[in-house]
Design a protein around this ligand. Structure first.
Ligand SMILES: NC(=O)c1ccc[n+]([C@@H]2O[C@H](COP(=O)([O-])OP(=O)(O)OC[C@H]3O[C@@H](n4cnc5c(N)ncnc54)[C@H](O)[C@@H]3O)[C@@H](O)[C@H]2O)c1
Length: 353
């Protein structure tokens, strides 16, 4: 079989996970890489032996590669994805898809028109507990899901303090669009992508004066980075979302706060409930009923490299011409909720559709 050639846009922390994952697969060649930071470009290209190197992303898009993997700051995702799709490439793009709904729609429209594959790299979908919960939903074991909670909290974990991560015009926001987007996507996927009807959002920035860098991207990967010092995004964001099927979701995400640290997802169903929590041992619990008595079942999972699973899935979609796991409707719903939590937080009023 012909080798699939891959180009990487953005040689930062997450690119190492993408490149490692592509390299595990047969018939794949990482042919080119680009980054605006020349030192980092050289560092990553040398580490992985990538021959073609570009400083301008427009140049890598013109290369004869089959797949483009977008690992750049959020604000560049849309223009890079659209250009790559238009020049005949299949695109896997890091989360969030973009910084607003308009940009996301532009990408999806281009994917539709060109027929090229587009996937958002929502790696949490590939965790065994996520797929386990998805099977429970699909097999009707939860019944009707009418309430859900999703929480991704860090106590002191601001990524790239003073870099694009904490700059609104480059990131689109703080923890809500950075890590909240992962669990929001997972819950939207599990709940069957209901349509939001009403969104109430709040954001806070209480740690500005005592902000501590959380260590992502890994320090060894920050070669040649020059922080600009901006921190104009929230450090905690939360939203309450009512869907048109009557279900509701409470979502919260923080980079800093005086709270527990961890990730939690709870689905309340009419037949049973399920909760995944990084602070539970084992991490997944099913709240059920047997012979009229309430029962708890705990479930343990083998550890899986979710980045490898995600990249393998995307490559298989390209090879077999199948739809990637992230559907256009889910992609739009997720960014629509994030954007409108921010809008509601700004105006102090709920957003109704
Ligand atoms: N899926 C996950 O678990 C996960 C984890 C971390 C980051 N991410 C996402 O991956 C993306 C990158 O994050 P990161 O942690 O690697 O950040 P990073 O800062 O380590 O890397 C970003 C890189 O992009 C480069 N860059 C900046 N502008 C560019 C441009 N116009 N064209 C090309 N390159 C450009 C920077 O020089 C930097 O090297 C973000 O969208 C982030 O949300 C996803």
């Amino acid at each position: 079989m012909k080798k699939l050639k891959v180009g990487i846009i953005g040689a930062g922390g997450i690119s190492h996970c993408h490149i490692d994952a592509f390299r595990q697969l047969p018939d794949i060649e990482i042919a080119a890489i680009c980054d605006t930071n020349q030192e980092k470009l050289a560092f990553v290209a040398e580490k992985f032996g990538i021959l073609k190197r570009f400083v301008n992303w427009e140049d890598i898009v013109k290369e004869p590669v089959d797949i483009i993997s977008i690992c750049s700051p959020n604000a560049f995702h849309a223009q890079q994805a659209v250009a790559a799709l238009k020049s005949g490439k299949h695109v896997i793009c890091e989360k969030p898809v973009a910084t607003n709904v308009e940009e996301a729609e532009m990408i999806l429209e281009t994917a539709k028109q060109t027929g090229n594959k587009f996937m958002v790299a929502f790696c949490h979908r590939f965790a065994p507990h996520s797929q386990f919960m998805k099977k429970m939903v699909d097999n009707g074991q939860l019944g009707e899901i009418y309430y859900a909670k999703a929480s991704y909290l860090r106590r002191r974990g601001i990524p790239g303090l003073g870099t694009w991560f904490t700059t609104k015009k480059l990131a689109g926001g703080g923890p809500l669009i950075d890590v909240g987007v992962h669990i929001l996507d997972l819950v939207i996927y599990l709940m069957g992508c209901p349509e939001p009807e009403l969104i109430l959002g709040v954001t806070y920035n209480k740690f500005k004066s005592q902000a501590v860098d959380g260590g992502w991207p890994p320090l060894w990967s920050r070669v040649g980075d020059k922080p600009i010092g901006t921190f104009d995004v929230e450090d905690l964001g939360a939203g309450f979302i009512k869907f048109n099927n009557g279900a509701t979701l409470f979502l919260e995400a923080s980079w800093a706060g005086n709270s527990e640290t961890g990730l939690k997802i709870a689905l309340f169903g009419t037949k049973s409930g399920v909760q995944y929590s990084t602070s539970l041992h084992p991490p997944l619990r099913i709240y059920g009923e047997l012979n009229g008595v309430v029962t708890d079942t705990t479930v343990e999972f083998p550890s899986v490299n979710v980045y490898n699973a995600e990249i393998e899935h995307f490559v298989n979609c390209v090879k077999n011409n199948t739809q990637p796991i992230t559907t256009p409707q889910e992609i739009i719903t997720v960014i629509k909720i994030i954007q409108n939590i921010y809008r509601s937080a700004e105006t102090g009023k709920p957003v109704e559709f």
